[in-house]
Design a protein around this ligand. Structure first.
Ligand code: CU
Length: 403
């Protein structure tokens, strides 16, 4: 499935629901994304990486191997498979062209979506990292040198937010000691490191929103790429990727956006690359987007699950008992981190809690590993209370999966 150019991802017990597509020039894009049922993403894409070397190649770019200068370049990622100017299979992500990969950090589930492109000497990994707490991180990883000279990559992310739909979205800016203000008109802007600038895109009717927080490696604007962000009104005739070549953003400026039908938030990072780090060092950049939606209801008393295992020579049984679930409500179980298995396993069994909010469920598993070391892994068991959207978690050693 991830070898296909487009797809629909329903992930993390309904925490995220979106489509993805590798477009003609905007790399891997996320579309029509909802977090906990709240529309957040209209279309997130990365139409260009502008690259500037200390000395331009310009008209003499063809002589760049002589070390006189290179670029500037406007690098783009498209659905072109193979060769040194196309997408590469990703060996540590199932050898697919589009990575869909799940992992755990401090008991929080993350999903990585990525494509690996070669653009001549450059290797680019363009990724989106989403987690179950509402974070989306657009990220770019880059390595490779066209010539042995310091240079800066400027990725431009086009973040077309649709917070609770297209209408009434407004972009706010917050600075320490200076408070809030919002953009009344289309504008280009820079962050202030001293006042720790953050942005918030919010639906002014529902008050749901999403923060845009600059990343620690996102660098500073320079004479070639002088902005950290831009706010634009959405226009269908401007949803065309990047028509500006090696130049900066040239879409209209000055139209009112204070209660816009659709706003487009351009985010720009400035990724400096020292030539002395060599061509093999990966360097990365990108902001953090954090959706702010109504918080879940308070946890019921004693909302928890308990896991017991019974082992036999072919694997064994896992019995999960739950308490504090919605009486008579549905429960969905999943298992994450089973040895040798990528992603979560949903058994698909339909479980119903009894009138007191309790349930007992037994699943049978066969061994999936012969490596004794795998028995020390912890498998996460998650039980979703469908009615409230709350998840009870428990951990158990992977012993029954190892024979
Ligand atoms: Cu570089």
């Amino acid at each position: 499935m991830p070898d296909t150019r487009t797809g629909h991802v329903y992930w993390g017990f309904g925490h995220w629901d979106f489509e993805y597509a590798v477009s003609d020039s905007e790399g891997l894009s996320l579309l029509n994304g909802r977090y906990r049922g709240v529309p957040i993403i209209g279309k997130f894409s990365m139409p260009v990486i502008r690259v500037k070397y200390l000395v331009d190649g310009g008209r003499h770019d063809w002589r760049r191997d002589a070390g006189t200068g290179a670029g500037p370049y406007a690098d783009q990622i498209h659905w072109h498979l193979g060769s040194d100017h196309g997408l590469q299979r990703i060996s540590n992500r199932g050898n697919e062209y589009v990575a869909i990969y799940e992992f755990l950090v401090n008991s929080v589930r993350w999903l990585e979506m990525g494509v690996y492109a070669r653009i001549g000497a450059y290797h680019i990994y363009q990724a989106w990292y989403l987690n179950e707490e509402g974070i989306v991180q657009p990220h770019i990883w880059s390595k490779g040198l066209t010539i042995n000279m310091d240079h800066t990559h400027h990725p431009y992310w086009r973040l077309d937010f649709d917070i609770d739909g297209a209408a009434h979205n407004r972009v706010w800016r917050f600075d320490d000691g200076q408070g809030w203000r919002f953009y009344r008109k289309e504008a280009n802007d820079t962050k202030n490191m001293r006042t720790r600038t953050n942005w918030l895109v919010r639906n002014e009717r529902t008050l749901n929103g999403a923060w845009v927080l600059p990343g620690p490696e996102d660098g500073d604007p320079d004479g070639f790429s002088g902005i950290d962000m831009a706010v634009r009104l959405f226009r269908p005739d401007q949803d065309i990727g990047w028509p500006f070549g090696v130049n900066g953003i040239g879409f209209s400026k000055g139209e009112p956006v204070e209660d816009a039908d659709v706003v487009v938030f351009w985010y720009v990072a400035h990724l400096f690359h020292h030539s002395r780090e060599g061509g093999d060092a990966w360097h990365g950049a990108g902001p953090t987007i954090r959706a702010v939606v109504p918080t879940p209801p308070p946890l019921p008393l004693h909302f928890s699950i308990d896991v017991r295992k019974h082992r036999d020579q072919f694997g064994g049984e896992v019995t999960v008992t739950g308490t504090g679930f919605s009486p008579g409500g549905q429960v969905k179980l999943s298992y994450l981190n089973i040895p040798r298995r990528v992603g979560a396993l949903y058994t698909g069994a339909i479980i119903t809690a009894d009138g007191n909010g309790k349930f007992t469920n037994t699943d049978y598993f066969r061994c999936v590993s012969r490596n004794p070391d795998d028995a020390f892994l912890d498998v996460e068991v998650d039980a979703l209370d469908v009615k409230s959207g709350l998840i009870a978690k428990a951990y158990t050693s992977a012993t029954i999966w190892v024979c």
